[in-house]
Design a protein around this ligand. Structure first.
Ligand SMILES: Nc1ncnc2c1ncn2[C@@H]1O[C@H](COP(=O)(O)OP(=O)(O)OP(=O)(O)O)[C@@H](O)[C@H]1O
Ligand SMILES: [Mg+2]
Length: 273
């Protein structure tokens, strides 16, 4: 693909999954290549929707997303998608060996390349202790592994992809201090030299972002870096004070559709129906 710089622009996006309700309203954002942008806000505020539009799972009702000044709809879909590495909230692994799971990202990778990626993702230590190591057979989508381990395997897979853009939807559930630290180090490697969108729940990730957008019902209500936002009275301070551990989404009131796919964090309780 003829991508020169890799600058992204969200220009005046309005989008709803149905015509009655706009999930994003006049969403604007310019992301110069190499920047790290964090999206934060209550559950249902539209964070994942921004990622869905960027990945072209849906198209905006109004406005457009531009890559190097060209509407993303004009790039061939397959080429366009191949620019993105995605680490989901609850990473899915295939019921195959760890090796096969990693080779999906880079089929020609040598054994040493796989091990390097696992090391950089802080995953080699536990993989090397599994029976069969790279040949360890994952079961039930990775349920035998901890959330933090699956996360690090997903980061290794993303490193192998070596994509220009990375989208990370952080899990809301609390990790133990050790996993938190390992993931933080793994992300540092992953983010280096790439343009990164994080749907952020953790203080360590938010601190590192060049820019943080606070979303409320599909609108950007605050925009700035961590030091800037924490010094202002406003929604960021409020969200921030909700937890001392890191970042946890606030469940929405009981009206409307609930995002039940989100794993519950320590401070989160699923609202009663
Ligand atoms: N596929 C879908 N079809 C219909 N409505 C959807 C769909 N995905 C999300 N929504 C609705 O769009 C709104 C924004 O959802 P979105 O997933 O972007 O929120 P979010 O900020 O990522 O929340 P969370 O923190 O819980 O992940 C919510 O009202 C949600 O119910
Ligand atoms: Mg989401």
């Amino acid at each position: 693909m003829p991508i020169v710089r890799g600058d992204l622009e969200f220009r005046n996006l309005t989008f709803g999954y149905n015509s009655q309700h706009s999930v994003l309203r006049n969403f604007q954002l310019v992301v110069p290549a190499g920047n790290t942008v964090a999206l934060v806000g209550a559950s249902g505020s539209g964070k994942t929707t921004v990622a869905n539009l960027l990945l072209r799972f849906f198209y905006p009702d109004q406005g457009s997303i531009l890559l190097d000044g060209i509407d993303i709809r004009r790039y061939p879909l397959h080429d366009y998608r191949s620019l993105f590495g995605v680490v989901l909230q609850d990473p899915y692994l295939f019921n195959e060996t760890i090796r096969t799971n990693l080779l999906y990202a880079r089929p020609e990778a040598t054994e040493q390349t796989l091990i390097d990626a696992l090391q950089q993702a802080q995953a080699w230590e536990f993989v090397s202790q599994l029976p069969g190591r790279l040949d360890y057979a994952v079961r039930d989508g990775g349920q035998g592994l901890s959330g933090g381990q699956r996360q690090r395997l997903a980061i290794a897979r993303c490193l192998l992809l070596d994509s220009r853009f990375v989208i990370l939807d952080e899990p809301t559930s609390a990790l133990d201090v050790e996993s938190e630290h390992l993931i933080s180090r793994a992300l540092e490697v992953l983010f280096r030299g790439r343009t990164v969108f994080i749907i952020a729940h953790r203080l360590s990730t938010i601190r590192r972002a060049d820019r943080i957008l606070v979303l409320e019902e599909g609108r950007v209500v605050q925009d700035g870096n961590y030091d800037h936002l924490i010094a202002q009275e406003g929604p960021f301070q409020k969200l921030h004070s909700l937890t001392t551990q890191g970042w946890v989404d606030v469940p929405r009131p009981t009206s409307g559709r609930l995002a039940l796919d989100v794993p519950l964090g320590a401070n989160e309780r699923r609202p009663q129906r």
